[in-house]
Write a protein that binds this ligand. Structure first.
Ligand code: MN
Length: 199
């Protein structure tokens, strides 16, 4: 198989109480796993089965919708799991903290704008912190399993941090309270990993 489900880098319950173990287990083992299976089926026997998921995303308009949905799902969730960690949260430091201040004013203003992008995405999708082609940070949001790497994205850039706002990401614990889930996310953000992507 061309693509494989990456292991979660922590236990299912590692992000509690902010994200519950049952949600993590289903989200990783069922949802992400299905994206990987369906992506492998969609690329089987085609040249794209030898490409990286990043390369596929960058030229996504060339591929069938099954590759867009499931390839996006695979890329997005792989980034999401590693964007979080146990005993994480807090604030970024160093060059990333400076870039956030330069782009958004303060860290709190950044969080407010990111939360607004996450809460304002109608239906299913993602909120993102990206680095654009000029090296500047921006906040954006994509529908479904699209992402800012895709050539079809309204706002393009390299994803540094992504938040899944599909109901499957929070419904067991938060039901309709997406803003509460978004607020809790800041307690589990793995800023050292985000800083690595920024470099
Ligand atoms: Mn998801």
């Amino acid at each position: 198989m061309a693509f494989t489900l990456p292991a979660l880098p922590y236990a299912f319950n590692a992000l509690e109480p902010h994200i519950d173990a049952r949600t993590m287990e289903i989200h990783h083992g069922k949802h992400h796993n299905a994206y990987v299976t369906n992506l492998n089926n969609a690329v089987a026997g085609k040249p794209e089965e030898n490409l990286s998921i990043e390369e596929i995303c960058k030229n996504i308009s060339k591929y069938p919708v099954a590759v867009r949905n499931n390839g996006g799902g695979h890329y997005n969730h792989s980034l999401f799991w590693t964007s979080m960690a146990a005993n994480a949260g807090g604030q970024p430091t160093g060059a990333l903290a400076d870039a956030i201040s330069a782009a958004f004013g303060t860290f709190d203003e950044f969080k407010t704008k990111f939360n607004a992008a996450a809460a304002g995405r109608f239906g299913s999708g993602w909120a993102w912190l990206i680095k654009d082609a000029s090296g500047k940070l921006a906040i954006t949001s994509t529908p479904n399993q699209d992402n800012p790497l895709m050539d079809v994205a309204e706002v393009k850039g390299t994803p540094l941090l992504g938040l899944d706002v599909w109901e499957h990401a929070y419904y067991l614990n938060y039901q309709n309270r997406r803003p509460d889930y978004c607020a809790a996310f800041w307690n589990v953000v793995n800023w050292s990993e985000v800083a690595k992507r920024f470099k």
